[in-house]
Design a protein around this ligand. Structure first.
Ligand code: PMP
Length: 358
């Protein structure tokens, strides 16, 4: 008997989404916010959690949170879904749209989960390469959308791991030309200086926007995500969510974090300033080519990414080796950390590179 024969062949052929554990003091590998939520925010959530019965399920429909998200993101409450991280809502979107015979179109390189989940669901995945400078290739994307009759297009903007964005005018050009559902993952939006594509939702009923509390909002450990779409579409996608997907603790924390968003905004602004510091440091390092980023990470190329990655890890600094991604054979990605972490990263990088060069 071979129980694995019952697993879909396309799943057997996949490698799992996996992060190898490294014991490093400085963690710049997961695009988290290095500044934890302030103690007052934690205390407010904890004091609520102490009095709330833990033996009871969370809200079936978290109305107060969908109302708060609607106001926070600028969309109608009926078109808001909350998720156990935005990944759950990406999966729900793909589950209600994709299966054998359906087609998803994804600009690459990008966040690997879209392709992974689409493949698990049995859909056909087509990819469109970014330009050689890792910006979106709008013409190629338009052509692919027209020719390939995609059912769903997934666009990550700002894009992980390249940091490029798709401007709203360009997104609109795509939306006008297709009846595919276009899902835009704005996980890193707070770090970019452009308007969110939420502004396009009322004109394009095929647009879906995903946001998360894991990055700028400093709540990666609590798993809170949000989907915004036309209410009819949100209603259909909501059918694939698990009941009680958001636990009461994370629900309360998201409400409190939004109440105190001014404090978080200061930190976001600081991280954006530090992105410029790191970018400059990378530009000034011989043998390093950084790319512009609209997110809280920077993609950079070096001659020997594996040696640079290992050299940094040996010095207690963990970044992300993305050299196995399509187009990125020379690339590494570093998350913007605290001022001190960024300084240590740049110092260590210079040391590692000069050792390799001599
Ligand atoms: N989207 C993108 C583009 C990401 O990079 C990540 C985190 N790696 C996520 C979504 C994950 O979001 P969440 O924690 O909300 O599930």
């Amino acid at each position: 008997m071979d129980p694995l024969k019952k697993i879909k062949p396309q799943v057997r052929a996949l490698s799992a989404y996996h992060l190898k554990p490294y014991d490093c003091a400085i963690k710049l590998n997961q695009n988290e916010n290095p500044y934890d939520l302030p103690a007052e925010i934690k205390e407010e959530v904890l004091s609520f959690a102490r009095t709330r019965p833990w033996c009871r399920y969370p809200a079936f429909v978290p109305d107060d949170l969908t109302a708060t998200f609607a106001e926070h993101y600028g969309w109608v409450q009926e078109g808001v879904l909350v998720g156990n991280g935005s990944n759950e809502l990406i999966l729900a979107t793909l589950m209600v749209t994709l299966g054998p015979g359906a087609r998803v179109l994804i600009p690459v390189p990008t966040f690997t989960l879209y392709k992974l989940e689409s493949t698990v669901l049995g859909a056909e995945v087509s990819t469109v390469n970014l330009n050689p400078d890792y910006t979106f290739d709008l013409d190629a994307l338009r052509l692919a959308i027209r020719e390939q009759m995609a059912d769903v297009v997934v666009i990550c903007s700002p894009n992980n791991p390249t940091g490029c964005i798709l401007e709203n005018d360009d997104l609109e050009a795509l939306l006008k030309e297709t009846d595919a559902l276009v899902a835009v993952d704005e996980a890193y939006h707070e770090f970019c200086d452009r308007p969110s594509c939420v502004a396009l939702l009322d004109r394009y009923p095929n647009l879906i926007v995903l946001r998360t509390f894991s990055k700028a909002m400093a709540m990666a450990g609590l798993r809170v995500g949000c989907l915004l779409a036309h209410p009819d579409l949100a209603g259909e996608i909501g059918k694939a969510k698990l009941p009680y997907n958001l636990n009461f603790f994370s629900h309360a924390a998201a409400m409190v974090a939004i109440k105190h968003r001014a404090v978080l905004q200061e930190r976001i602004d600081h991280l954006k300033g530090q992105r410029e510091v790191v970018s400059r440091g990378l530009r000034e390092t011989r043998g390093v080519r950084p790319y512009p980023s609209h997110a809280n990470f920077i993609l950079f190329e070096v001659e020997d990414p594996k040696r640079v990655f290992e050299g940094l890890a040996a010095r207690g600094i963990l970044i992300r080796d993305v050299s196995h991604y399509p187009m990125l054979s020379k690339a590494l990605r570093v998350t913007i950390g605290t001022d001190e972490e960024n300084e240590k990263f740049l110092e260590a990088l210079q040391e590692v590179i000069s050792r390799i060069q001599t």
